[in-house]
Design a protein. Structure first.
Length: 452
């Protein structure tokens, strides 16, 4: 009997789940190939629909799928990765008061730990701003918006009222633009229940440091999106960077490169009175990847054409935590679900090739298209060289993303949410969700070898 091969996948996002499911299809009954998956959460989160959760279009639980329902023969661990030792080929999972720490051994390792919000070293903003990365973030933002409506409706000071109803979003990429559109929908739909709140009291502002929104998108579609956002009352300030945020005031500066004439003049600085800052200005690989012994570039693990880590050929990196150059732009590939899934499929194929002594396949970046919702019944899409916008693009967005939901019951629930949203008002109940407390590690427990 051949020696057992242990494949360990870290991360339960798009990359990790896709890789495990492909591996299961390649090794459906082989007992000499053991597959394990580690994730901090026991669910797979469909992140492209987070803004719709924040706006109340989709119910919170409908975009989360329990990981165990997606697996057939993979062993699953819900735990935080504490240490990665590629020399000893071991992974240490953190222990708490309720569970013991575990050490897992592997023959092949797939790193798909994803990313975290990148605040570019601005610690104060990190503490005061809201982010849009997790399910909890979406729920907290929705509660915040409704709370501001409640406070503003009974506020007699017009200046303070304006600041309560001003929402600033930093980042003009997909997440920022979709969040802005969904929040404006929520604010306008909910306003009818707040008799002292006028349409002119509400402001949603998007700040983008680059000269245009939706970088990497077709220029004409990005321009269409900008026009639609302005039509809906969303203020978009391009070539504008955030300087600071005190909790009640945002300071912004001109981000345009200085010219000979402008260099002689002081930089333009303006202030926006607001109590809510939402940060969607980028992501960075998680800390455990940055601090690892692997060769990294901008925090991501440097990989070869087969997605194998430098110096450790038995380790693969995919998704947001790896560093791959797009030959067209000479920049790192964008951290999208589409790229993560494509990389996961190649890694699964290459693992099968290694185990069965066949040739590996190189990863070739081939984007299939881009889509973004920019507000109620309006979207932009670019697929196979065809550029679409408006209602038709919005319908295509819904069809494609609904098809990507892994389980039929979740597809039906989301479809019903969308149908209900067409005929009924959104729920404006504010659920009091407590902020997450940091998990206190109990103690350094005895290591437990994973027994197959």
């Amino acid at each position: 009997m051949s020696e057992t091969k242990r494949i360990l996948v870290l991360g339960g996002g798009f990359a990790g789940v896709e890789c495990v499911r492909k591996l299961e299809s390649y090794f459906p009954n082989e007992n000499d190939v053991q597959i394990s998956l580690v994730s901090e959460d026991n669910f797979f989160l469909f992140t492209p629909m987070l803004p719709q959760v924040a706006s109340g279009t989709i119910e919170t639980r409908h975009i989360v799928i329990p990981v165990r329902t997606l697996l057939k023969r993979t062993k699953f661990y819900e735990a935080e990765v504490k240490n990665i030792d590629p020399y000893g080929k071991t992974i240490t999972l953190s222990g708490t008061k309720e569970k013991r720490g575990i050490t897992l051994h592997y023959d092949y390792l797939v790193l798909a730990l994803g990313s975290q919000t990148n605040f570019f070293g601005m610690d104060k903003i990190e503490k005061l701003a809201y982010s849009m990365k997790t399910l909890n973030d979406a729920v907290v933002i929705r509660n915040r918006v409704i709370d501001m409506l409640e406070q503003a409706d009974n506020e007699t000071n017009p200046i303070l009222k304006k600041s309560l109803l001003t929402f600033v979003i930093v980042g003009g990429g997909f997440a920022g633009i979709e969040t802005a559109g969904e929040l404006m929908d929520l604010l306008h739909d909910a306003r009818k229940y707040y008799p002292n709140t006028e349409k002119t009291d509400i402001r949603v502002i998007v700040l983008e440091a680059l000269p245009a929104i939706l970088p990497g998108f077709n220029e004409k579609l990005a321009k269409f999106a900008l026009e639609k956002l302005h039509e809906r009352g969303i203020e978009v300030k391009v070539s504008t960077k955030l300087s600071s945020f005190s909790g009640d005031e945002v300071i912004i500066e001109d981000a345009r490169p200085p010219t000979e004439d402008s260099a002689k003049e002081p930089s333009t600085v303006n202030a926006i009175q607001t109590r809510t800052l939402i940060w969607t200005a980028g992501v960075t690989p998680v800390d455990i990847i940055k601090k690892s012994v692997f060769k990294t570039n901008r925090g991501g693990i440097v990989v070869d054409e087969f997605l194998q880590a430098s110096d450790f050929p038995e380790v693969f990196a995919i998704g947001d935590c790896c560093y791959i150059i797009d030959p067209k732009t000479n920049r790192n590939l964008p951290p999208t679900a589409q790229n993560a899934e494509s990389e996961a499929k190649i890694v699964a194929k290459n693992l099968r090739a290694i185990i069965t002594n066949k040739d590996k396949e190189k990863f070739v970046y081939s984007p299939r298209g881009q889509m973004a919702v920019i507000g109620k019944r309006s979207a932009i899409a670019s697929m196979f060289g065809i550029h679409l916008h408006g209602l038709f693009a919005w319908m295509i967005w819904r069809v494609i993303y609904l098809s990507k939901i892994p389980r039929l019951d979740k597809k039906v629930r989301i479809f019903l949410d969308w149908a209900i949203d067409m005929f009924f008002d959104r729920d404006i109940a504010r659920l009091k969700v407590m902020r997450e407390k940091p998990v206190e590690e109990f103690k350094e427990l005895d290591e437990v070898d994973d027994v197959w």
